[in-house]
Write a new protein. Structure first.
Length: 198
């Protein structure tokens, strides 16, 4: 059982691109002292570095963008001769660009996750200023739910914008949880968590 567990851990490390060096005892010199005292220190240093990299690969990435949530606009078709070209609306391109910038800031020096991930999105909508105080409070308490844009369109904009930045490809999303509600500070927050395994 211990050997099987060690094999699973080793496979996960290989999958995440983490290399841990193995140590062997140095041949003893005179008096049984190791011939090279620096070898053990070098191995320990490399092991600590790789362990930190491994832990970083498993850490969730949270991306937050302030402002009212936006859905992905429908691409428009333009015909030029026999060729039909689909063009994403400028508003969507601008919004996805802001998401990518926020994602790169959140990711820092990490590479895109190359493992199955869970994708969790929460969209917070502003309460309409024209509503009465009572209705506003009901909205903040969750008794009234937001309408447009559709939640799946918001998720589409975010999953496309994070593609190649937070994760290598959006086909790696294996679990998705979506929610929208009213709040005092409109924003969208997405947390991407590596799930491990293939």
């Amino acid at each position: 059982m211990a050997a099987r567990a060690s094999h699973r851990v080793g496979g996960l490390l290989d999958f995440l691109g983490v290399r841990i060096m193995s140590a062997t005892k140095n041949p003893a010199g005179q008096g049984g002292a190791p011939k090279n005292d620096l070898a053990g220190a070098s191995i320990n240093s490399n092991f600590n570095t790789d362990r930190q990299t491994f832990q970083s690969c498993l850490a969730p990435v949270t991306v937050t963008l302030a402002g009212p949530p936006q859905g992905k606009g429908r691409a428009r078709a333009y015909a030029r001769g026999p060729t039909v070209r689909l063009v994403t609306p400028e508003k969507t391109r601008s919004y996805e660009g802001m998401i990518r910038t926020a994602a790169m800031d959140a990711l820092g020096d990490r590479r895109p996750i190359d493992a199955p991930v869970a994708f969790e999105l929460t969209a917070v909508f502003p309460v309409p200023a024209s509503w009465s105080g009572r209705k506003r409070q009901r909205a903040l308490d969750g008794e009234i739910k937001p309408g447009k844009p559709d939640l799946d369109n918001i998720a589409k904009a975010w999953s496309d914008a994070c593609n190649g930045v937070v994760y290598r490809d959006d086909s790696l999303i294996c679990n998705m949880a979506l929610a929208k509600r009213y709040g005092l500070a409109p924003q969208v927050s997405v947390t991407v968590t590596p799930m491990g395994g293939r």
